[in-house]
Design a protein around this ligand. Sequence first.
Ligand SMILES: *[C@@H]1O[C@H](CO)[C@@H](O)[C@H](O)[C@H]1NC(C)=O
Ligand SMILES: *[C@@H]1O[C@H](CO)[C@@H](O)[C@H](O)[C@H]1NC(C)=O
Length: 439
Amino acid sequence: MGIMVGSVIKVVFTLLASFAMIIPCLEAGIAEFDDFLRKQAHEAHEIALEAYVPSPEEITNELNLHVHLAFENSTRRELRQRRGQGCDATNPIDTCWRCRSDWAQDRFRLAKCSKGFGRRAVGGLGGPIYVVTDSSDNDMVNPKPGTIRHAVTQQGPLWITFAHSMIITLQQELLISSNKTIDGRGANVQFKGGAGLTIQFVSNVIIHGIRIKNIVPKEGGMIKDSYNHVGLRTRSDGDAISIFGASNIWIDHVSLSNCADGLIDIIEGSTGITISNCHMTKHNDVMLFGASDSYSGDKIMQITVAFNHFGQGLIQRMPRCRWGFVHVLNNDYTHWMMYAIGGSSGPTILSQGNRFIAPNNDVAKEITHRDYATPDVWKNWQWQSDMDLFMNGAKFTTSGSPIRLAYNKGFIMKPRDGTHVSRLTRHSGALDCFVGRPC
Ligand SMILES: *[C@@H]1O[C@H](CO)[C@@H](O)[C@H](O)[C@H]1NC(C)=O
Ligand SMILES: *[C@@H]1O[C@H](CO)[C@@H](O)[C@H](O)[C@H]1NC(C)=O
């Protein structure tokens, strides 16, 4: 009897212990956390800690300085080129590459153009160019050469381009390995109607110039996730782009629309991320930064959201933040149905030079939304609005002490105010680029 009770307790204990291991893994979409993945998660976390900057206001200030310089330049150029077929790049990310007609011969130039917290993302810089020629996605374990799944699971840095326009319907999540650029310039590349893109426990990824829409959940199974590993995945949620425990990521000129879960979710200690020049439409939960009020590991999360257009048919979460530091700069919010920027668990939000056009609905004029906290708690969260433009009755409720913007190099660069936003975001979303001409 005594022995039996003992062994029952032992069994229960073993079950509990294995649940403790399994639960976080299920959330990670990983059904079986083997040694390879454990090591990868650990290394990704180390890189994320290095990507974190102790004084984020230096990065926000630097970006404002770049906006200022690029804007002055583009105004001068526009005056000069008004009669010619001038290329109209107005923000500092675009001025870095967009007006050069040699973009197809010099794709790597893009790797120098990221700004903000994702400024270190160089993707596949220095690696071979891989040309995707085949839009099929039939083998999750041994992907066929020429397919996107074969490309993103290659070893080492790789710059991935597309031979022609294509619609890719992913059968399962696309697990992108470290040091990759997905560069859709020169083709109309649509990820449509299948699973989404996942950036998990990796670093240094650029996603540029693609369109992602109608993404749906998929049941999971054995999926190749890197050159020498195939893992068992659980069901995927239907996010367009899911960033999980990853760092140094740059998402630029991507068009996103109408997916089952989020358009861009950034969770589980991810940091060093810039989302720029994207165009988002027709969606409910747009961007989630931090998924849990009990996971304070997201305090290292530092994200720049700049020069994006939040367009038609969007409802809420642009973004919805927890714990970390989010710089929301020079975005155009032309539509929201519930609110624009929200959060819980005391994130720091620096909103600068955005244009907020409220919907006509009188109960949705408020831009901000706070969850799970009473005013005497959230009054300490630092949510700051600086030179934003409010239209049609839009209101931003600020809170907390001012974010210390004093800069150790001795000056503070003021943001461009919200009246300039339509110029700064005019070319958001995937661009139509033709070889030999500026994009
Ligand atoms: C401004 O334009 C000049 C000349 O075209 C260029 O050399 C310089 O890099 C530009 N500066 C910025 C910040 O874009
Ligand atoms: C990615 O590139 C960096 C820098 O070259 C390198 O240290 C790292 O090992 C690479 N990561 C992988 C998973 O190949």
